[in-house]
Design a protein. Structure first.
Length: 119
């Protein structure tokens, strides 16, 4: 079955850390750029971070710069989002999207993982 599955969400106190994982099955991530999105209640889905096929540094939305780190391990077919210094405003469902960078440019979304930052 072709899918991406996120995991690693949970409840954490402000200032805490979580590491989200995005695991692909049924296809290899080698030809895919990965983007993490999040959607808070009552808000639109927004991009958080992305990493290309070859880019090891990633790009970040301003509110998470210096706190979140995206990385990929193609051998494990997995992309990670390390989230440090979490704030209540980071509370959201986090989604992983895999976008193929070559024809036929397939796109796969995961089902999301809940992150709640609260004391």
């Amino acid at each position: 079955q072709v899918q991406v599955v996120e995991s690693g969400g949970g409840l954490v106190q402000p200032g805490g850390s979580l590491r989200l994982s995005c695991v692909a099955s049924g296809f290899t991530l080698d030809d895919y750029a990965i983007r993490w999105f999040r959607q808070a209640p009552g808000k639109e889905r927004e991009g958080v971070s992305c990493i290309s096929r070859s880019d090891r540094s990633g790009n970040y939305e301003d509110s998470v710069k210096g706190r979140f780190t995206i990385s990929r391990d193609n051998a494990k077919n997995t992309v990670y989002l390390q989230m440090n210094s979490l704030k209540p405003e980071d509370t959201a469902v986090y989604f992983c999207r895999a976008g193929e960078t070559v024809t036929p440019f397939r796109v796969y979304w995961g089902q999301g993982t809940q992150v709640t930052v609260s004391s």
